[in-house]
Design a protein around this ligand. Structure first.
Ligand code: PEP
Ligand code: MG
Length: 553
């Protein structure tokens, strides 16, 4: 099979390399009687030793937080109590896979009971358990692959927790079977600056080691590409990079209308790249990374230290901090209920602050403390604002901490429709097009099969953006787009034409957005916006705008 495989493209470049698949979690087989306890015990010990060796080898190849995490995991897996527990179970008649599972689960429960830092590591034990069981059963080890050379990562889908250990120096491109244009994989790919194809059902047939060419812009994966195809793709990328490199500095249109270009920041390992990017600051600081994978929220001091590091890296520049956005695609055990039937429509985002006001209070206090010494211009905004009252209450709490600028994210259609009222109670808006698309079209943002509805070129979405931008302008409020839409150079022109005053995207996306702005006047952006607003559908909007921008950069 050499036919190209299609999915949803993310990013503008291309990359080629051998496939390395992320193996799924092994299914536990039915229990079986133990006929040779000595052999079964040895197999359990060998499986645990293999997990430790894997982790130690991986730790030896990385530095920084990755090293610490892997070393800590290796230590846990080599705990003699764990091996004794598992082998004891085997001796009492439990087969190896079930014995390992029970031993790890017992340890997990003990860590959770111990609370604090121990409880935070409980989730790691699930990963170790799955790895040990896979070794025992002779199945591919789940989790991120580590073939020892750069690779194209092919996975069913990626969760935020999978990505913490992803080594950007080794992952050439991402291809996932599931996921839509605003899924975590798409966001991660942009943050890493690698091309990706998501929602790519055909990727299930791609075997480990197969050489593929991944085209981010077109959403195509070419298996076994010819040397000519590789050369054509490389040439296109070269040309794109040259054009983008020709324009630097603050964003502005061809006639000098300023459009601040800012970066999205979502993980500590992105900080150095983000701070070094040619950008006027951070337009979306996703603070969830501090809260993910933990049993309890981090305390004030820990949060303040993390925020201060970001503010110091952006001293003199703007940093827009988004307060905790828990729930739905970002579930957190201590902030969100596990039993909601529709978590995307449940107590999430700012709504969690009504349920547990201390979470927001502690976070605002930590931001305020860090802002006092960090040196950045700190703006604070709330996710998932629905009605003006929420925005007003949030703004009052922000100001009570001495933080001067409080904003609302526009991610719910109701907020866009009533943006004139919101603008009276807060200082700025930031439009999260990922969620705004999800809620406008009643389409789960993580579903690749609904990608057409989630397309940020949808005229209905653009109409809501225009409504919010108009209200912001009437009240003299800045209005940004920080969802994935801001990373598309042609759509960026449309957004500026609709009245957006700043764009925030992954650092890798900014050079092309900057080059696009520099090639078009504000008047032309407004014409493009009119074309898109009045198009029949997303494809029509994109085609009409691209027919007017093609060849301009
Ligand atoms: C959005 O919804 O567009 C957004 C920027 O927030 P997140 O993707 O983190 O939900
Ligand atoms: Mg959002």
């Amino acid at each position: 099979m050499n036919d190209p495989i299609r999915g949803i493209g993310v990013g503008t470049g291309s990359a080629a390399g051998p496939v390395a698949r992320m193996a799924p979690v092994p299914a536990l087989p039915a229990p079986r009687p133990v006929t040779d306890p000595a052999a079964e015990t040895a197999a359990v010990r060998t499986a645990l030793a293999a997990v430790v060796t894997d982790l130690e080898e991986r730790a030896a190849r990385v530095t920084g937080p990755g090293f610490d995490v892997l070393t800590a995991q290796a230590l846990m897996a080599s705990d003699p109590l764990l091996a004794d527990e598992a082998t004891g179970l085997v001796e009492r008649g439990t087969d190896g896979a079930h014995a390992l599972t029970a031993a790890f689960d017992g340890f997990r429960a003990a860590l959770l009971t111990a609370g604090g830092h121990f409880a935070e590591r409980a989730a790691d034990l699930d990963d170790l358990r799955d790895r040990a069981v896979a070794h025992l059963l002779g199945l591919p080890v789940p989790g991120l692959p580590d073939p020892g050379h750069p690779y194209v990562l092919v996975a069913e889908d990626l969760a935020p927790a999978d990505t913490a250990l992803l080594d950007p120096a080794r992952v050439l491109a991402l291809v996932t079977v599931r996921g839509g244009p605003t899924s975590h994989t798409a966001i991660l790919a942009k943050a890493l600056g690698v091309p990706a194809v998501v929602g790519c059902a055909g990727a299930v047939g791609l075997a480990d080691g197969r050489y593929v060419l991944v085209h981010g812009a077109d959403g195509v994966v070419e298996p076994d590409p010819s040397p000519e195809a590789l050369e054509r793709a490389a040439e296109r990328d070269r040309r794109r990079r040259e054009l983008s490199a020709a324009v630097r500095g603050p964003g502005r249109t061809a006639d000098g209308h300023p459009v601040a270009l800012l970066v999205n920041l979502g993980a500590p390992h992105e900080l150095a790249g983000a701070a070094g990017a040619d950008a006027e600051g951070v337009g979306l600081f996703r603070t969830e990374f501090l809260f993910l994978d933990r049993a309890e929220a981090p305390g004030l001091a820990e949060q303040a230290a993390a925020y201060r590091e970001v503010f110091a890296a952006f001293a003199g520049r703007r940093v827009v901090v988004r307060t905790l956005d828990a729930g739905a695609d970002k579930p957190l055990p201590f902030a969100t209920a596990a039993d909601e039937e529709n978590p995307a429509l449940g107590v999430r985002g700012l709504r969690t602050a009504a349920r547990d006001p201390r979470l927001l209070e502690t976070q605002l206090a930590a931001i305020a403390e860090a802002a006092r010494t960090g040196g950045a211009q700190v703006w604070v905004m709330a996710p998932m604002v629905s009605v003006p009252r929420e925005a007003a209450e949030f703004a009052a709490r922000v100001r009570a901490h001495g933080l001067p600028l409080a904003g609302a994210m526009i991610e719910v259609p109701a907020a866009a429709l009533r943006a004139d009222r919101l603008a009276q109670v807060c200082d700025f808006f930031s439009i999260g097009t990922n969620d705004l698309a999800q809620y406008t079209f009643a389409a789960d943002r993580t579903l690749g099969s609904l990608a057409d509805l989630l397309d940020p070129w949808q005229p209905a979405l653009l109409t809501l953006i225009a409504t919010a931008a108009r209200a912001a302008a009437e009240h003299g409020r800045p209005v940004s787009v920080c969802g994935e839409a801001a990373a598309d150079p042609d759509l960026a022109l449309v957004l500026v034409g609709l009245g957006i005053t700043s764009l925030s995207a992954a650092p890798s996306a900014l050079p092309e957005v900057r080059a696009a702005l520099a090639a078009h006047t504000l008047a032309h952006c407004r014409e493009l916006a009119e074309l898109a607003l009045h198009a029949d559908d997303a494809a029509d909007a994109r085609a009409k705008v691209r027919s007017r921008t093609a060849g301009s950069r």
